[in-house]
Design a protein around this ligand. Structure first.
Ligand SMILES: NC(=O)C1=CN([C@@H]2O[C@H](COP(=O)(O)OP(=O)(O)OC[C@H]3O[C@@H](n4cnc5c(N)ncnc54)[C@H](O)[C@@H]3O)[C@@H](O)[C@H]2O)C=CC1
Ligand SMILES: O=C(O)C1=N[C@H](C(=O)O)C[C@H](O)C1
Length: 233
């Protein structure tokens, strides 16, 4: 498969390594300068760039009929525009806040736990995410997906960074060293705590998941999620 990388930073480089191991070709590495791209040779594009660049890259791919896998976080104000453009062009598009298998299983566990906790008013939920100091967005995309999983299954109505009011989920975002990504969901009562946690040890799981999604999407049209790719619930 011929893959184009939009964003050649920490994730772009890791994806290149894994894609080559799986016998794919990297036919373009677009970092900052998105001119002179030969879209006709690209089977699928993978975007891990920056919040202010992601939508432009997705649009560019969809308008050239190239399937696009989007891992960049912090651009979701434009997500519905990307969905509409994909449908209009009969294209193919996946966004995931986190491509790792482990986190996608963790999302399922989080939704299941939220369903169990929904009637238990004596517990309140809090979330924490820890990432490296270069991360531009807060809270992380993964923390937002986790909060949405709780909101969909309980009477919490929204999330907020740091302090939160009644029926709001407080998310604490910490930036420490080179931390690849740690997410914790805790239900607290006066007598005990129930906690689930996912710790990424490196970026390989994110990159492998993105390459698997790219392999999966070629030949399909529609807007998909990692649940479709991994065949989860
Ligand atoms: N969904 C997931 O599984 C994961 C998502 N991420 C997200 O991926 C994004 C990138 O993460 P990293 O690689 O760690 O960041 P990074 O800062 O190491 O790399 C980003 C790269 O994008 C480039 N860039 C800036 N403007 C661009 C443009 N218009 N077109 C193409 N490239 C452009 C920068 O020059 C830089 O090299 C972040 O939003 C991060 O939150 C990171 C890890 C996993
Ligand atoms: O910026 C990162 O590094 C990561 N970003 C994603 C997020 O915002 O959730 C995924 C992962 O946690 C690493």
């Amino acid at each position: 498969m011929n893959i184009a990388l939009f964003g050649y930073g920490k994730m772009g480089k890791m994806i290149e390594k894994i894609a080559l191991k799986r016998n794919h070709n990297i036919v373009a590495k677009i970092d900052l300068d998105a001119t002179d791209i030969n879209f006709s040779e690209i089977d699928v594009a993978i975007d891990f760039s920056m919040p202010n660049a992601a939508y432009g890259n997705i649009k560019n791919c969809l308008e050239h009929n190239v399937p696009i896998i989007s891992g960049t976080t912090g651009w979701l104000q434009d997500y519905q525009k990307a969905v509409a453009l994909c449908k209009k062009n009969n294209g193919a598009f996946i966004y995931a806040s986190n491509f790792s298998l482990g986190v996608n299983l963790f999302f399922e566990l989080n939704s299941y736990l939220a369903k169990l906790m929904a009637p238990q008013d004596q517990y309140g939920v809090v979330m924490e995410e820890i990432h490296h100091t270069q991360k531009l967005d807060a809270p992380s995309g993964t923390a937002i997906t986790l909060a949405e999983g709780v909101i969909d299954n309980t009477n919490y109505t929204k999330w907020k960074l740091d302090s939160a009011g009644d029926r709001e989920i407080p998310i604490t975002a910490k930036r420490i060293g080179d931390t690849p990504g740690t997410h914790t969901v805790t239900y607290e009562s006066e007598v005990d705590s129930i906690e689930i946690k996912h710790t990424a040890h490196n970026r390989e799981g994110f990159a492998l998941g993105a390459v698997i999604a790219a392999e999966w999407i070629v030949g399909k049209s529609g807007v998909f999620t990692m649940k479709d790719v991994l065949n989860l619930s």
